[in-house]
Design a protein around this ligand. Structure first.
Ligand SMILES: [Zn+2]
Length: 281
């Protein structure tokens, strides 16, 4: 078996296991419950979930989506989150190889999955996730390449010699965080002034503070643009299809999270195209 295939399978299976843990985070963190204790149990009949019934995706299929004890249906979101995490981890390996960059984007994918689903389920983007993510994003920036280029661009205008790569990368993370939170705060203020009510919570601002530290300035801008577009298109579609009220609260964090993941894997050509436009002028 070629080593790439072996590593790919391992990374995918590892993603499934992490996805299983993310399910625990999604269900427990919004309510302020511990993610370590107690062990998982059926929410309906409280029967403990046996280790052999806790295998990612497989157990859901074997049990046909029902609790072994009381036959209450299990949400298909559980295997979906596991599968999604496995696929995104594999995508990180395929796109970035066995590198610290791949690790950084895998961590980012995991955080985005948690926020996408807590916002979808409960309209909550927990501080614990945002601030833990911010710390991880800043820490990982020291070990990854300064791909954004904003810090280098500024440094070239100030210094004779540019600072070392880890400093540039950390500065890119700080700029991305500041830019993401500031822009989202402005958008929410503008919305508040126009509509006279809160359009989005502070959770979205904190989410972009954290995401900006991973993404850097350019990809943060792209994420907010793509997230707003997704929110408009999918949001209107949901309101029309499900006959919700026009002031039905949309999970904006869910759209931002989906956009951020699209930007990680497909954003580079867009960023390059935008930069080429700037070069020409
Ligand atoms: Zn049960």
């Amino acid at each position: 078996m070629p080593p790439e295939l072996f590593i790919g399978i391992f990374v995918f299976l590892f993603g499934l296991i992490i996805g299983s843990f993310l399910n625990v985070c999604i269900v427990r963190i919004p309510g302020g419950k511990s993610i370590v204790m107690p062990a998982s149990a059926c929410p309906k009949c409280a029967a403990p979930i046996r280790p052999y019934d806790n295998i990612p995706v497989l157990s859901y299929l074997v049990l046909r989506g029902k609790c072994r004890a009381c036959k209450t249906p299990i949400s298909p979101l559980y295997p979906l989150v596991e599968l999604l995490t496995g696929i995104l981890f594999l995508a990180c390996y395929l796109a970035f190889g066995l590198t610290i960059d791949a690790l950084k984007w895998a961590v980012f994918s995991a955080i985005m999955i948690v926020l996408v689903f807590t916002d979808l389920r409960e309209r909550l983007l927990p501080d614990l996730v945002n601030y833990t993510g911010l710390a991880l994003g800043l820490a990982l920036s020291f070990f990854t390449k300064p791909t954004d280029g904003t810090a280098l661009w500024i440094a070239n205008h100030i210094f004779e010699f540019p600072p070392p790569a880890p400093v540039l990368s950390f500065a890119d993370a700080i700029f991305g965080a500041a830019f993401g939170s500031a822009l989202l705060w402005l958008v929410s203020e503008a919305y508040f002034r126009l509509r006279g009510r809160e359009g989005m919570g502070l959770g979205d601002v904190k989410m972009m503070l954290m995401a900006g530290a991973f993404l850097g300035t350019k990809r943060t801008l792209l994420t907010i643009l793509a997230g707003s577009l997704l929110g408009s298109v999918l949001g209107v579609a949901v309101i029309v299809a499900r006959r919700k009220e026009a002031d039905y609260e949309l999970p904006f964090g869910t759209f931002l999270g989906m956009a951020a993941l699209l930007v990680v894997f497909f954003g580079t050509p867009v960023v390059n195209w935008y930069q080429s436009l700037l070069m020409v002028r």
